[in-house]
Design a protein around this ligand. Structure first.
Ligand SMILES: CC(=O)N[C@H]1[C@@H](OP(=O)(O)OP(=O)(O)OC[C@H]2O[C@@H](n3ccc(=O)[nH]c3=O)[C@H](O)[C@@H]2O)O[C@H](CO)[C@@H](O)[C@@H]1O[C@H](C)C(=O)N[C@@H](C)C(=O)N[C@H](CCC(=O)O)C(=O)O
Ligand SMILES: Nc1ncnc2c1ncn2[C@@H]1O[C@H](COP(=O)(O)OP(=O)(O)OP(=O)(O)O)[C@@H](O)[C@H]1O
Ligand SMILES: N[C@H](CCC[C@H](N)C(=O)O)C(=O)O
Ligand SMILES: [Mg+2]
Length: 487
């Protein structure tokens, strides 16, 4: 139980009707999940308007309502508080409700189009291995020390986020690493959260269905840095041309990393193989288990954060050389016959290009590259032809298939992808909407030594078709096909 007036601390209030001295049992943004004596926060969403569900919330037992405009008819037993922006107010309220947990833990947020999960997961594993109890909030999973809590979003809503952070604090975590998506920044999911540091990995074409323009998408990512305090650090990839823009208005101390430009944390790639890579970081040569140039950036970001959090650089590099990548990110599945399978979460043109460039760099002879790729339904459609074109440019054979079709027709999604292919590229393309059959075909095409890339779903263990999540795991399907081939 918490006093409403305490929870409203630092919220900019326009109007109050009723008593704010009452205690409330919890906060809720979904009228369908309202518990007795709770406070319902009405948010204008992308599909619905929470203000239309205020009476439902009251029927389910809400005692207080936070909204942007008071309803025409007021219930005398209920306290109504009108605020400027309910979503922003929710962030502050959720932080207050859970005892401002982000002020009691060193929290680092990672934003960028690609690399968030990889960097956050590696930071979590690194700091655990250095002896700190840590929390992780990511696309793949949330963690409090060794306890795994399933994840539904890359960045959870403000209530879930603060509740998770409070559990981390209660369980003795001293550090937490989280992904901060552009959706979360725009929707104020991290409003009121105190970050010890923020990391920018890179920005490229994605989510334009939501943000509409690339400039708006850049502005969304920048919000993380605009919100950092003067005691925080910002760490940005200077090789990305938007790195500097991210920190234009930040109060935080600015730090940079990169492979090309002058940077505070700079590395040189010495070798890059299917077994791992060697980097020279300042004057130290270190071997890492991760593969590919883009992972050199991820490793540098992790190293930079650790040093900025005052860990010993030598100890950090030695622990980092033991670290594996995040699940479903360039995950290898090798067949008994010697075919290299790579399962990767590349679901944007930039990520796909990076992964395929890496594979091209790793080719040693005449081995073929066979790529199986689709694009998600009810998501940015402009990336579809681009992804097909990239797949065709770098591969000897391309199998266009379904990702998560959601509520779209898989055949239509594949048609959108095919639009990116020229006549010569069409010759190496096969379209097969059934993802399992597509993987089977790739394995049938492959000969020992060849490389099969299965892109787009990485760690996902389901395929979402018309609102139903069916069991599906690219890694398991690929293993199954390799085994069948070997029988
Ligand atoms: C497009 C989007 O981001 N939507 C998120 C948003 O929901 P919304 O604005 O669409 O909500 P809405 O359906 O319009 O409803 C508005 C309000 O009315 C309430 N409502 C609605 C119906 C009802 O009967 N009663 C009721 O109270 C809803 O609970 C909500 O508070 O706010 C919700 C609560 O925080 C999120 O769960 C929801 O995520 C949806 C499920 C989603 O798919 N989001 C994806 C796109 C997303 O957020 N992805 C990023 C990662 C992107 C990346 O790859 O980088 C992420 O952080 O996961
Ligand atoms: N630093 C990077 N630069 C470019 N591509 C990367 C980078 N790191 C990873 N990738 C590619 O992008 C894919 C997604 O990586 P990761 O899951 O770490 O990113 P993310 O930002 O968490 O993505 P999401 O927004 O979907 O959660 C990887 O599978 C890999 O192909
Ligand atoms: N966070 C991303 C993940 C996309 C993963 C891909 N497999 C797809 O389903 O499109 C999104 O929701 O857009
Ligand atoms: Mg992620």
């Amino acid at each position: 139980m918490n006093k409403l007036s305490d929870i409203l601390y630092k919220v900019s209030i326009r109007q109050v009707k009723g008593d704010t001295g009452m205690t409330i049992s919890g906060l809720e943004i979904d009228s369908r999940a309202v518990m007795p004596d709770s406070c319902f926060v009405a948010i204008r969403g992308t599909v619905a308007d929470g203000h239309n569900f205020i009476s439902n919330a009251i029927e389910k037992g809400a005692k207080a309502i936070i909204c942007e405009a008071l309803p025409d008819e007021l219930n005398e037993k209920i306290t109504y508080v009108a605020v400027e922006d309910s979503a922003a107010a929710l962030g502050t309220m959720a932080s207050n409700f859970y005892g401002n947990p982000s002020t009691k833990i060193q929290l680092v947020g990672v934003t960028g189009t690609n690399g968030k999960t990889t960097v956050a997961t590696m930071l979590f594993r690194l700091f655990q291995s250095l002896g700190h109890k840590c929390g992780l909030i990511s696309t793949v999973e949330n963690r409090i020390g060794d306890v795994v809590i399933p994840s539904t979003h890359t960045t959870p809503d403000a209530i879930r986020l603060n509740s998770l952070l409070a559990d981390m604090v209660k369980d003795g975590c001293t550090y937490a690493f989280m992904e901060v998506s552009s959706h979360a920044l725009v929707q104020h999911r991290v409003a009121g959260v105190k970050f010890a540091g923020g990391v920018f990995t890179n920005i490229s074409h994605d989510h334009l269905d939501y943000h509409k323009t690339f400039d708006a998408y850049i502005e969304a990512k920048k919000l993380l840095f605009d919100g950092l305090g003067s005691d925080a650090f910002a760490l940005v990839n200077v090789d990305d041309k938007r790195g500097k823009i991210m920190v234009q208005n930040t109060k935080a101390s600015i730090n940079t990393y990169g492979l090309r430009q002058l940077a505070d944390f700079k590395a040189r790639m010495i070798s890059n193989t299917l077994q791992g890579m060697e980097l020279q970081i300042h004057d130290q040569h270190v071997w890492f288990k991760l593969i590919g140039r883009f992972n050199a950036y991820n490793l540098l970001a992790v190293y930079g954060v650790a040093v900025l959090l005052e860990e010993d650089p030598t100890e950090v590099l030695s622990a980092m050389s033991e670290l594996a990548g995040a699940p479903g990110r360039f995950e290898l599945v090798i067949s008994p016959a010697g075919i290299t399978g790579i399962v990767d979460y590349a679901h944007t043109p930039d990520a796909l290009e990076n992964v395929l460039e890496t594979i091209t760099d790793l080719r040693t002879g005449n081995e073929k590259v066979i790529t199986v790729v689709g694009a998600g339904g009810n998501r940015d459609t402009t990336k579809r032809p681009e992804m097909a074109a990239i797949a065709a440019r770098f591969s000897d054979k391309v199998i266009l298939t379904s990702d998560n079709p959601r509520f779209e027709d898989p055949v239509e999604i594949i048609k959108d992808m095919e639009k990116g292919l020229g006549p010569s590229q069409l010759k190496k393309k096969v379209s097969l909407p059934d993802r399992k059959e597509a993987i089977r075909l790739a394995v049938n095409f492959a000969e020992p030594g060849d490389i099969i890339l299965i892109a787009g779903k990485g760690h996902e263990t389901y395929q979402e078709i018309e609102g139903v999540k069916h069991d599906f795991d690219d890694r398991a399907v690929l293993k199954e096909m390799f085994d069948i081939m070997n029988d």
